[in-house]
Design a protein around this ligand. Sequence first.
Ligand code: NOJ
Length: 559
Amino acid sequence: MKDWWKKSVVYQIYPRSFKDSNGDGFGDIPGIIEKLDYLKELGVDALWLSPVFDSPQDDNGYDIRDYRKIYEKFGTNEDMDKLIQEAHQREIKIILDLVVNHTSDEHEWFVESYQSKDNPYSDYYFWKDPKEDGSEPNNWGSSFCGSAWEYCEQRGQYYLHFYTKKQPDLNWENPKVRKEVYDIMDYWFKKGVDGWRMDVIASISKYTDFPDYPEEPGKKYYTGHMHSNGPRLHEYLQEMNREVLSKYDCMTVGEAPGSTAELARLFTAPERKELNMIFTFEHMNIDRIPGNVNRKWALKPFSLVDLKRIMSEWQEKLNGYGWNALYFENHDQPRIISRWGNDTTYRKECAKAFATVLHGMQGTPYIYQGEEIGMTNVQYELKEYDDVEILNGYKELVQTEKTISEEDFMKAVWNKGRDNARVPMQWDDSSNAGFTSGRPWLKVSDRYKEINVKEALEDENSIFYYYKKLITLRHTREIMTEGDYHLLLPEDETLFVYERRWKNKKWLVAANLSEEKISVEKIKPYLSDNGSIVISNYNRQQISDILMPYEAFIFEIEV
Ligand code: NOJ
């Protein structure tokens, strides 16, 4: 089918936390194969695997040492071949993670590049001379704290790294680098993969005059608009499309921090021949104070009005121009019900309510492992955490700069830390949640006895079966894919309500994203006697006078 990804639901697997098959405490590819029938039961069309390639794991595989080799703890290249084959047998596609803004510092290109200014790889990365006083070439910061530059004695120069110093940025100005990337993509396409999620793809083109960010009091290093959407970005993506993507029936989704809905049109408009969709960060940043020295750890209360405004803008601006990637969770984001909802009394209702508003939209929905059973955030002591973003943030902000107290930092970690999503998948109520027979690389959530796949599969009203129903709707109802979108009650602080329209049908998608009981009067004007419930998280056949806490439904009206 042409554009199969428009009717698809993608499930993201974070391999090290999904299922361990050999008891080393680390998820692996045979573990994924074991669970393919479970994923088939859920009904998803494609699996996006976070990086599975050989890596020293400084940033959990987002630092690749060899793009053609599977990381040994995940298995072998043969295991990967088998996964592709077994998934395809079940009509499930495989999307891999293309991390080519940077490599690992242990990649052979960087090892060579580091040696001297005159070897074949010397300009595979960005190297710059120090300023006269020996300091960094400019004030750019790394996303994981500190400067984005690291000094190398051998060359007497600094190299650029937007992430950790073990993740040097590739120099896409160099055509040889681009060719290397296209070859890697070809290699995996030939093995049968069906597409790519592209890590921080909006950062591959740099502002090569490397200007400083304007200075602000109390700040030494800066991350901001010069870290993404550089001048040659779209040229590179068009070249990549021409050289590789156009030759395969594939799907692409680019991670694009710093991009607006207008920019999303540039990436995704079909006639521009770049990508199929991009992940926005705009809706994920609504609880963050822009420019704050404590970065993502400076919390701002959740505003439903902001969430609706941003998501609606993307719906409206891309309709007919490009395509949306719909998500609330991934391996970098905390669990949505813990972040903006209720993960205790109304856990199940709340998980279904967020799922309803997301899956009711136009675009390709992404489910992050565990989201379909309502997994929650965790609250650990610092020593239990593994994530380099948390550990670097603690060192720099709490210990060195002292810009945030330990207490506030830990609160922010419990709310926003990436390890919330990375704790092992909860399969059943046996020890370590059935994830491993060994010692898990990251502590399992205390709530696994209550929240696990086994429990969900045995309960016909589970979050799992609600997701399954939403996925079936996406496969069977044209209005879900094609319908246009119109936000209702934009200023309402508890209700997320919108309409979809297609041919002679209208859908009213409504969710009460609060613990309050709300009179149905607010949405009465948009209802009709001539309609029926498509899906309801309170199992209603008819709409009642009160919208209960986290109640959500889709109501279909003939027009
Ligand atoms: C985005 C990835 O999703 C994240 O996990 C990673 O740390 C950075 N890019 C750097 O690759």
